[in-house]
Ligand binder design. Structure first.
Ligand code: HAM
Length: 431
């Protein structure tokens, strides 16, 4: 690297083609699933009044205490870059009063000051949905099903869905009391971090990955024992709904998730092909108090977010060939014009108007060098225009994927080439 050259900050990445083709595929697949389930796109600011997150995800949460990018702007206001999507979307709901149930989907960067490593970044990206204005347990099922169908459509096969219920405030308070009493007895056995914070934030001990905390938690009280009848019923309807859709799930009694806003249903998806420390490819749950916490009317809500980088890591771990195939999907046609470039300009425009994706070379390169670029472009077909073709009012159509030399190329009248290519692409189901 030359002196003075600037690079992206630690824990952030530039995503360029061809890798970004997998991103395009993922985003299109998510948008398709969101539309199938009746969600509309929401776009909200990347930074918010810091209170949105303090009141939303909880000041005591790890993300708010240790990971938020907080700054004061020139107008002396304190903002934070969004560490997650839910609090902003609910703030937007409270501000604009859309008609409930309001079903919104998003694709967003999220910023967390974490220790960068594979699958853990300071800027990661999420796709997600939030459904506000109903506490119907079938909405929880629909949200989980959307995520599940999305993973299936991506081609992920080895995903485990874990579900749990936090109960509402009272159940949770009851559980926290019992858990705190249990931890107090076993405090000397906790890991260093949780030996310090167990009394103020006992729920965090539940998702600690150290052996020490896990064994203390294993012998402790469970959330299930603290659920009131209404919360237990809600959970039963959710899980029987998952059964009705044949979506496999397991109960994870320790699944509390990292934000304070969750009530009742919580869920997480683990990619079995990834290392366990970074195998959460998505997670979410219900948050029936969040709108009120942000100054709105009491409004139930449920949603999930899924990390794009982790989903792509999981896809590559399950089926690297498939990812390579997605990344190699180039344009349909590459136009090679050795007569100066004007012919390529016009033909490319005609093809694009007919729905064909086209690229071409620039800078008056030689025929040989343009053909090399055509080969590298991933295009299925090259259209070649040399001076002889121009004179005879034809083009040469070359199949770039054919292996033998045989009938690899043919002359096509210039006037027919767009129709011919559209036919060929339809036959190969590329159009
Ligand atoms: P979360 O579990 O914190 O939930 O994040 C959602 C997903 O984002 C994770 O499952 C993971 O795939 C990905 N992710 C999180 N942090 C990182 C990171 N540092 N690097 C790479 N990927 C990461 C939420 O954010 C909630 N807003 C989800 C939700 C929506 N709950 C209700 N509605």
């Amino acid at each position: 690297m030359s002196e003075g050259q600037l690079t992206s900050p630690p824990g952030t990445h530039d995503v360029l083609a061809p890798q970004s083709r997998a991103w395009e595929f993922l985003l299109a697949t998510f948008a398709d699933q969101a539309h199938r389930h009746g969600y509309g796109l929401v776009v909200s600011p990347m930074f918010e009044d810091v209170a949105v997150f303090h009141r939303g995800i909880g000041e005591a949460s790890d993300v708010a205490r240790k990971e938020m990018y907080t700054f004061t702007d020139r107008g002396d206001r304190t903002y934070a870059l969004r560490p997650e999507g839910t609090a902003s979307v609910v703030r937007a709901y409270v501000q604009h009063h859309p008609t409930p149930p309001w079903k919104a989907w998003y694709a967003t960067p999220a910023f967390r000051y974490e220790r960068p490593q594979a699958g853990r970044y300071r800027q990661h990206h999420q796709v997600g949905v939030e459904a506000l204005g109903t506490d119907d347990p079938y909405m929880d099922v629909e949200v989980i099903a959307l995520a599940w169908r999305f993973y299936q459509a991506l081609g992920l096969r080895r995903v485990t869905l874990m579900v749990n219920s936090m109960g509402h405030d009272e159940c949770r308070g009851h559980f926290v009391q019992r858990l705190t009493a249990h931890l107090e007895i076993r405090v000397t056995e906790l890991c260093d971090e949780h030996a310090k914070v167990w009394s103020t934030n006992s729920l965090r001990v539940l998702d600690c990955k150290t052996e020490a905390c896990r064994s203390v938690v294993q012998s402790g009280p469970t959330l299930a024992q603290s659920l009131c009848d209404a919360c237990a019923h809600h959970f039963d309807v959710v899980t029987s709904g998952l059964d009705a859709l044949e979506i496999p799930w397991v109960r994870n009694l320790n699944l509390v998730r990292g934000f304070d806003y969750y009530t009742r249903t919580t869920f997480e998806f683990a990619a079995d092909a990834l290392e366990s420390a970074q195998n959460a490819i998505g997670g979410g749950g219900r948050y029936d108090k969040l709108a009120e916490d942000l100054g709105g009317e009491p409004t139930s809500g449920v949603g999930f977010g899924s990390g794009i980088e982790r989903l792509l890591l999981a896809l590559a771990a399950e089926d690297a060939e498939r990812v390579a195939e997605i990344e190699s999907r180039g344009v349909d046609v590459f136009v090679v014009d050795a007569t100066g470039g004007r012919e390529a300009l016009v033909l490319a425009d005609e093809l694009r108007s007919a729905g064909v994706s086209v690229d071409r070379a620039f800078d008056g390169r030689s025929m040989k060098s343009q053909l090399k670029v055509a080969d590298r472009s991933g295009a299925a077909w090259a259209v070649i225009i040399g001076s002889q073709e121009l004179e005879a009012q034809v083009v040469t159509l070359r199949d770039l994927r054919a292996t033998g030399e045989g009938d690899r190329q043919s002359a096509v009248p210039r006037a027919d080439v767009v129709t011919r290519i559209v036919e060929l692409l339809r036959k190969s189901e590329a159009l």
